[in-house]
Design a protein around this ligand. Structure first.
Ligand SMILES: [Zn+2]
Ligand SMILES: [Zn+2]
Length: 376
């Protein structure tokens, strides 16, 4: 357990002004906005806030001096957690000039953060490959337009909660075998808001929010895959009573393509070669994602031979460039022959080497490798 005085770098005799100075300096230094979401910085920032939240309050400080941090664990967490956030809101507004969002009006609570929402978005195969902008609709809770989120009927205002006298929390001093401790909980009447409404707004029934269909554009970057989530910060439900909004997570689903099979950034294509093209070689038109291209098949092409076209695969999601298109050939043996073809094949047979067992070494190795690959 860290020492709150140590956390703030002050002595145990530090007065209010000294505490405040130390806190402001540290909070500025460790503010998450300056550290790009670095987890260690965020933890440090939280510790600083928790320490200051306790030490700035003479009552809490006295408890801490007597019982240590244990006085603020368990039920007490609410004091160092939720409560801290609210007072910090004010302080940060002063320190960093934050505009809106954090809280409105005075009161002990920041208001509840809006819910995160999840939405499935089904993409066409090519939209996933090349990216797209898609309009989506999400049903979410939005700040009630009739009462501007206060929950109070027109002409009335929220009033101070009678249960907690506007503190947003209720505290009880309790005795346990370990000594006396303070149990602090969010006020059950106002749920930590510190205010209640006598005459609820009719539109939202006092909830401060109403369900709305919200439509927005989702930018899908090129190269996304099935299952990837796009996070749209602040596009979830609005917070209650001035709380910050939640996030919207868009989960991508991608339709299969009838000819291309995607493997990471590579695309696989299967090409059926007739026996004559395989034996004699051919120039064939094959599809790519951007139209047909000509592929030269050399004479003597075998089943399972592969031809690679660089740069015709899927774009890499993060770094530049694209994967490759890999064409695998299958030599098709005719299943039915007309009498003319039968005659030609009979002639052909006379000139071909006889069918035989394939040695596992030498030239047979290549065929064996394909057999192993098939069974792998
Ligand atoms: Zn309302
Ligand atoms: Zn209350």
């Amino acid at each position: 357990m860290t020492d709150f005085y140590e956390t703030l770098g002050v002595g145990r005799q530090a007065d209010e002004a000294e505490l405040r100075r130390a806190y402001r300096q540290l909070a500025k230094q460790h503010h998450p906005d300056l550290h790009g979401g670095d987890a260690a910085a965020a933890t440090r920032f939280k510790e600083i806030n928790e320490a200051y939240e306790v030490l700035r309050d003479p009552q809490k400080r006295a408890l801490y001096d007597r019982y240590g941090a244990a006085a603020f664990q368990g039920g007490g967490r609410a004091a160092a957690g939720e409560g801290a956030a609210s007072d910090l809101g004010d302080l940060f507004d002063q320190l960093f000039n934050f505009s809106g969002g954090r809280r409105r009006g005075r009161g002990p609570s920041t208001g509840e953060r809006g819910e995160d929402l999840q939405l499935k978005l089904r993409l066409e195969f090519r939209e996933a490959v090349f990216g797209a902008t898609r309009k989506v609709q999400v049903g979410r809770q939005e700040t009630c337009a009739a009462c501007q989120g206060s929950g109070a009927a027109e002409g009335s205002k929220p009033v101070t909660c009678r249960t907690c006298q506007g503190q947003g929390e209720v505290r009880q001093v309790q005795q346990s075998v370990f000594g006396q401790y303070v149990n602090v909980q969010a006020c059950p009447t106002c749920r930590g808001r510190g205010q209640t409404v006598d005459k609820p707004c009719e539109t939202c029934r006092g909830q401060g929010r109403q369900t709305r269909q919200h439509s927005l554009d989702v930018d899908v970057p090129a190269g996304v895959e099935e299952g990837i989530q796009i996070r749209l910060t602040g596009e979830g439900s609005h917070g209650r009573f001035g709380g910050p909004p939640g996030d919207l997570f868009v989960v991508l689903q991608v339709r299969e393509d009838p000819v291309f099979l995607r493997q990471g950034t590579d695309l696989l294509l299967a090409l059926r070669l007739n026996a004559a093209d395989a034996a004699l070689g051919a120039e064939l038109d094959i599809p790519t994602l951007e139209g047909d291209t000509r592929l030269a098949i050399p004479a003597g092409t075998q089943t399972g031979d592969q031809f690679t076209i660089d740069g015709q695969g899927v774009p890499h999601l993060r770094r530049g460039g694209r994967g490759k298109l890999v064409v695998t050939t299958f030599v098709a043996t005719p299943e039915k022959l007309g009498s003319r073809e039968r005659g030609l094949y009979e002639q052909l047979r006379a000139g071909l080497p006889p069918s035989a067992v394939v040695e596992r070494t030498g030239t047979g190795g290549r065929i064996w490798q394909k057999i192993k690959d098939l069974f792998a």
